[in-house]
Design a protein around this ligand. Structure first.
Ligand code: FPP
Ligand code: FPP
Ligand code: MG
Ligand code: MG
Length: 372
C-alpha cells in the first residue's frame, strides 16, 4: 500500500514544529516590567497552550502550498530559500496565536469569567487592568513579528482580521432584538469573530509563498469555511453537550442572551418562538437599566438573558424543531466547501504536499464530528 493512502493525524504531522513555535512564542512575549512579563507569558506556559488549532492549520497550509522548485541549480541555494520561507510562514503562526490569546484576555474581561483553559483566567488571577494591558502588549508583539516580514499586503490582511475580531465582539453586544434574532446578522458576526483570523492567516501563507491570487483565494476559502463550520458545531454543542464534556457550562450562550443558529432555525419553523424570544429579550425586568436624569442607560455590557419561563419555552420549541439538525447541515456544507477548496488547488505530486492536503481535509471531518 502506498504511503499516500496512510491515515494522517493532522496534529501529529506538525507536532514537532508546534513545539518550535511554542518556544519562540515564549521568547517573544517577554516584557521588561516583571508584572507585565508574568501576565503576558501566562497562557504560553507548557500545559495551558490551548488546542492550537490555528497554528496547526497554518503550518499544514504552508506545506500544502509549497511550490515545487524545478530542477535546483544548486541544492544549497534551494535549502536556504525553503528554510527562510518556512521561518516566515512560522511567523504567521506565531502572530496569529498571539492575536488569538490577546483576544481571549480581553474577552475574559468583557465576559467577566474566572476560568480559561482549565486554570484561573488572567483577569481573575491578576485583575482586569493587567489583563487588558497584557492583551495590548501581546497585540503589539504580534505587530512586531508581522512587520519583520516586510510584506504590507500581509500586514493589511492580519490588521483587517483584528478589526473583525473587535467588530464581531461589538456586534454580539447588540441590544436590538431585530439584529439578535437575524440569521444574516448571526452569520456575519460569526465570520468576524471566529473565521476571519484563520482565513486571513491562510491567505497570508499563500501570499508569502508567492502563490497566485487564485490560490490565495482558495486558501482563504478553506480557512473561512473551516472556521464557520467550527463555530456552528460549537453552537450546537452548547445545546447538546454536557458541561463536563465541554469543560464549560452547557446552555451558556442562551443564558447570556446570545441567540445562535439552532434557535434561529427553530424560529423559522415556529414563528411563535420569535415572540417568546423577542419578549424575553425585551422584558424590562431582564434589562439592567439605570436612570440618569431623563435618559436611561444600560448599565452593564450583559445582554438581557431570557427569563426562566421564556428559556424553557424556547428549549421546548427547539426540541420539536429541526434547528439542531439544520445547523449541523449548514456546518457540514461549510466543511465540504473547505474540503473542495483544497481539492481545487493546482496538482502537486510531492509526498509532503499530498499528506498535508489530506490532513487539512481530515480536519474538516473532525470539526463536524467532534463532541467536545
Ligand atoms: C478553537 O480555539 C478554535 C476556533 C474558535 C476557531 C478556529 C477553528 C479552526 C481553525 C478549526 C478547528 C479544527 C478542529 C480539528 C476542531 P479556542 O477559541 O477554543 O481557543 P483555545 O486556543 O483555548 O483552544
Ligand atoms: C471568544 O468568544 C472571543 C473571541 C473569539 C474574540 C474576542 C475579541 C475581542 C475581545 C476583541 C479584542 C481583540 C483583540 C485582538 C485584542 P466567546 O466569549 O464566545 O468564547 P469563549 O467560550 O472562548 O470565551
Ligand atoms: Mg468568552
Ligand atoms: Mg465573549
Amino acid at each position: 500500500r502506498s504511503s499516500s493512502e496512510d491515515q494522517v493525524d493532522p496534529f501529529s504531522l506538525v507536532a514537532d514544529e508546534l513545539s518550535v513555535v511554542a518556544n519562540r512564542l515564549r521568547a517573544m512575549v517577554v516584557a521588561e516590567v516583571p508584572k507585565l512579563a508574568s501576565a503576558a507569558e501566562y497562557f504560553f506556559k507548557m500545559g495551558v497552550e490551548g488546542k492550537r488549532f490555528r497554528p496547526t492549520v497554518i503550518l499544514l497550509m504552508a506545506t500544502t502550498l509549497n511550490v515545487q522548485i524545478s530542477k535546483p541549480a544548486s541544492e544549497g541555494v534551494v535549502d536556504m530559500f525553503s528554510t527562510e520561507l518556512r521561518l516566515r510562514q512560522q511567523s504567521i503562526a506565531e502572530t496569529t496565536e498571539m492575536i488569538h490569546v490577546a483576544s481571549l484576555l480581553h474577552d475574559d474581561v468583557l465576559d467577566d469569567v474566572d476560568t480559561r483553559r482549565g486554570i484561573g483566567s488572567l483577569n481573575y488571577v491578576m485583575g482586569n487592568k493587567l489583563a487588558v494591558l497584557a492583551g495590548d502588549f501581546l497585540l503589539s508583539r504580534a505587530c512586531i513579528t508581522l512587520a519583520s516580514l516586510k510584506n504590507t499586503e500581509v500586514v493589511s490582511l492580519i490588521a483587517t482580521a483584528v478589526e473583525h475580531l473587535v467588530t464581531g465582539e461589538t456586534m454580539q453586544m447588540s441590544t436590538l432584538a431585530e439584529q439578535r434574532t437575524s440569521m444574516d446578522y448571526y452569520l456575519q458576526k460569526t465570520y468576524y469573530k471566529t473565521a476571519s483570523l484563520i482565513s486571513n492567516s491562510c491567505k497570508s501563507i499563500a501570499l508569502l509563498t508567492g502563490q497566485t491570487a487564485e490560490v490565495a483565494m482558495l486558501a482563504y476559502e478553506y480557512g473561512k469555511n473551516l472556521g464557520l463550520a467550527f463555530q456552528l458545531i460549537d453552537d450546537v454543542l452548547d445545546f447538546t453537550g454536557t458541561s463536563s464534556s465541554l469543560g464549560k457550562g452547557a446552555l451558556s450562550d442562551i443564558h447570556h442572551g446570545i441567540i445562535t443558529a439552532p434557535i434561529l432555525y427553530a424560529m423559522e419553523e415556529f414563528p411563535e418562538l420569535r415572540t417568546v424570544v423577542d419578549r424575553g429579550l425585551e422584558d424590562p425586568a431582564n434589562v439592567n437599566l439605570v436612570s440618569h436624569g431623563p435618559i436611561k442607560f444600560i448599565k452593564s455590557n450583559r445582554l438581557s438573558p431570557l427569563s426562566k419561563g421564556s428559556l424553557i419555552q424556547a428549549l421546548e420549541y427547539l426540541g420539536k424543531s429541526h434547528g439542531i439538525q439544520r445547523t449541523r447541515e449548514l456546518a457540514a456544507k461549510h466543511a465540504s466547501l473547505a474540503s473542495a477548496a483544497i481539492d481545487s488547488l493546482p496538482e502537486n505530486d510531492d509526498e509532503d504536499v499530498q499528506r498535508s492536503r489530506r490532513a487539512l481535509i481530515e480536519l474538516t471531518h473532525r470539526v463536524i464530528n467532534r463532541t467536545k
